[in-house]
Design a protein around this ligand. Sequence first.
Ligand SMILES: NC(=O)c1ccc[n+]([C@@H]2O[C@H](COP(=O)([O-])OP(=O)(O)OC[C@H]3O[C@@H](n4cnc5c(N)ncnc54)[C@H](O)[C@@H]3O)[C@@H](O)[C@H]2O)c1
Ligand SMILES: O=C(O)C(=O)C[C@@H](O)[C@H](O)[C@H](O)COP(=O)(O)O
Ligand SMILES: [Zn+2]
Length: 373
Amino acid sequence: MDPRLIPVKLPSSQYDICIHSAEGPSGHSLIQLGSQMRARGLSGKALVVSHPVIAKHFAAGLMQGLQTAGFTAQLCLLPAGERFKTPRSIAKIHDAALAFGLERSSTLIALGGGVIGDMAGFAAATWLRGIPFVQVPTSLLAMVDASIGGKTGVNHPKGKNLIGAFHQPRLVWIDPTVLKTLPGREFSSALAEVIKYGVIQAPDVFEFLEDRPKLSRYADFTPADLQHLLVRSAECKAWVVQQDEKEGGLRAILNYGHTLGHALESVTHYRRYLHGEAVAIGMVAAGEIAQRIGWWSVAEAERQRRLIEKAGLPSQWPTGIPWEAVLQAMQADKKVKQGRIRFILPHQIGQAELTDQVNLEQVRAAVEAITAA
Ligand SMILES: NC(=O)c1ccc[n+]([C@@H]2O[C@H](COP(=O)([O-])OP(=O)(O)OC[C@H]3O[C@@H](n4cnc5c(N)ncnc54)[C@H](O)[C@@H]3O)[C@@H](O)[C@H]2O)c1
Ligand SMILES: O=C(O)C(=O)C[C@@H](O)[C@H](O)[C@H](O)COP(=O)(O)O
Ligand SMILES: [Zn+2]
């Protein structure tokens, strides 16, 4: 498969998303990262943030490549999972940065899923007021979404991603061969964000997924299909971020399904749902709300629900979640304006918009309509 390069051009920076699946002796291409970083002007010390499972699979080749390219590299390992996406983990990265002597010209590298990427990015944004940062996403969700666009941060006990910064990476290195070891549930979770691109802006992506006979596992995709999925996802995200880096307007569409999705993750204490699973339920709920305000037809909402289920994702709101808790969590959403909760809702497959024209009774009725019997 030929490598693909997708540039992200922003007012104050520019970087490449490299999709490169050529296998090296270690079974992946991460050994090349060091020389690619050198080619982009990076040098000196590199602190690789990861967690033990990922590091066991992929760190050796990456570290070897960094050393060959002249970097002095060290690993900083953190526990895995959304529950550890906290300020405490950031303090651990900062401690490691201090002990290793990371300077302003040094680089932080995120080797992992979206949790590691968001945390390493935030640590890079805040260490010495901002040092270079490179994303090496190893989960599908991080490849299609989290590693691109510079949103970094951690959770607050009262809400998702409430503490963070915009800090763009210098390079995003995507090697789909690393997905062979990704658990199936994590693969499905990522498809929620890809379906999101289909609904908000890219009918071709939606149809591409609809046309696959099966799509819930790595093995359901040929290398060419997977490459297509990664390229189109990166293009979709880059297209939005290039126009609105800091979410002054358009970028909010990337939050489709997230208003209720983030609330659901938070009220279930990040233990019950993966991010993409909660977003999938949030998208079904948003489809239901859109129907109620006359933006969407029953047929389109049904089409979205079918694709979500085909991807192996949940489509029903769980029973036993107190509505007051959901409301409180939604109040902490970053799209809230003058106290009003706002939603991204679809007009048709391929077009969605931010609106405050939804009342909470409509939201509650939509949630009840999709609650498991
Ligand atoms: N910054 C953004 O723009 C953005 C966008 C979307 C999501 N996110 C954030 O991303 C996070 C979700 O990311 P995620 O779904 O990658 O979760 P994650 O980072 O928890 O990774 C999922 C799990 O898969 C494991 N894993 C990752 N790659 C693997 C591989 N190649 N082989 C074996 N195991 C592997 C990880 O160790 C982890 O246990 C959430 O915190 C979400 O808020 C951020
Ligand atoms: O990049 C964005 O912008 C997104 O909204 C992408 C989302 O998929 C992602 O989950 C993001 O972290 C949510 O951002 P938040 O600002 O609602 O925390
Ligand atoms: Zn998301």
